[in-house]
Write a new protein. Structure first.
Length: 404
């Protein structure tokens, strides 16, 4: 990170933050895309039972983390991330650092998503809330990792978690990135006022969400960690707008799989020329990423597809010499996955066998983690242990993600 002399013309920075939304020539198409996004996301959520969505949403939170950190050049695996969440870290310092970053992302998203969903009128665009995202993320990292990081490793410059940057920075060492630090507090207030979700309704709120993602990355409000904060912020903004509240699709996955285009769109929209056109282009790209990921998950969660994959997994496990599953298990797993919750007493009816034999199968599936229950009398819900994810959702949990 390189410092620069403060800009003595703050009006130029304010102008660079504008326009806040694309203008009339572009708004019609964006409204159509926003309406499609909202309808498609709602249809996806309506397809999955509440309890099953909760189990899947937990794992999608790890996918969000994996891909957001991959954008920043830090790669781990879902298996190592799950170990990190249990405070089981690799001995290798770089691998451990990647684990810590991903675990911090998961915990931060979980904590703040609960805040957003329990307080519908919260303005997540305020400097205070954005600082909370930044501070929360770094609170999950050890003290020695709360320093800025570049391609050579850690610097001696503290991140100052939750504090707006007080220096000017550049990414390439030559040109300043974002506004002058002395203008930043005023610009952050303008950002909060102009992108406050309460100012918008329906499709316009989603357009504001997409536009605010670029404007926040341009503001570059913190010394480090801005990319992760921006992606966490956009996920929270979506939830604040009533979209993807169950976390059934991953924005970060879409951006990661289109990283070069994502970076190009961010960079292009930084230009002081044709800002209205460029902001419309960025919003169009952002919506296309969201729609692509919703479509991907729709295909993955199709009833016939998921049932076939459960059947295939149980058929494979039935041949396991050490810990075989009963072939009938597939029927029960399919029923619980689709219904979300099922009284234990229904297992015998589903399996068409005696209560005693049904209890044996239920016990085996709970021991395996394929079913879950809060107590011996509680209803059965689906379990998604890490080893089953590549079988149930192979395109989402491929070997590169799982680390196999």
């Amino acid at each position: 990170m390189k410092t620069h002399e403060p800009d003595k013309k703050p009006d130029k920075n304010i102008q660079h933050l504008q326009p806040y939304l694309p203008g009339k020539p572009y708004i019609g198409e964006l409204k159509d895309m926003a309406q499609t996004l909202a309808a498609s996301s709602a249809a996806l959520e309506g397809r999955v039972a509440k309890e099953t969505a909760a189990a899947l949403g937990h794992h999608l939170r790890m996918i969000n983390s994996y891909h957001s950190n991959l954008i920043e050049g830090h790669k781990t695996t879902i298996a190592d991330l799950e170990r990190a969440l249990a405070s089981n870290f690799q001995a290798d310092p770089e691998k451990k650092y990647a684990q810590e970053l991903c675990a911090a992302h998961v915990e931060t998203e979980k904590k703040l998503m609960e805040t957003v969903q329990s307080a519908d009128n919260i303005n997540i665009c305020t400097p205070a809330f954005l600082s909370d995202i930044h501070a929360a993320f770094y609170s999950y990292l050890p003290e020695e990792h709360r320093f800025t990081h570049d391609h050579t490793g850690f610097t001696d410059i503290p991140v100052n978690p939750g504090m707006l940057r007080d220096v000017n920075v550049s990414v390439d060492g030559r040109f300043p990135h974002g506004p002058d630090c002395k203008s930043l507090p005023g610009l952050m207030d303008r950002f909060a006022e102009n992108y406050n979700p309460a100012r918008f309704h329906g499709d316009e709120r989603l357009i504001a969400m997409a536009a605010s993602h670029h404007r926040l990355t341009w503001l570059h409000p913190f010394r480090d960690g801005n990319g992760r904060v921006s992606r966490l912020f956009s996920g929270l903004y979506l939830a604040r707008a009533g979209i993807n509240r169950r976390n059934l699709w991953s924005l970060s996955r879409g951006l990661s799989r289109n990283k070069q285009r994502y970076m190009m769109e961010l960079w292009a929209t930084d230009s002081p020329m044709e800002r209205e056109v460029l902001l419309a282009d960025f919003c169009r790209f952002f919506f296309a990423i969201c729609l692509d990921q919703i479509g991907f998950m729709e295909g993955l969660l199709r009833l016939d597809h998921i049932e076939a994959r459960i059947d295939a997994y149980v058929a494979m496990r039935a041949k396991d010499r050490d810990r075989p599953l009963r072939p009938e298990s597939a029927k029960l797993l399919r029923a619980v996955f689709m219904r979300g919750s099922m009284p234990r007493g229904k297992a015998g009816e589903i399996l068409a066998m005696s209560p005693r034999n049904a209890r044996r199968i239920v016990s085996a599936l709970i021991e395996e983690g394929l079913l879950a229950a809060k107590s011996h009398r509680a209803p059965l819900t689906i379990g998604l242990p890490i080893h089953v994810l590549p079988h149930y959702f192979p395109d989402l949990y491929d070997p590169s993600v799982m680390g196999e």
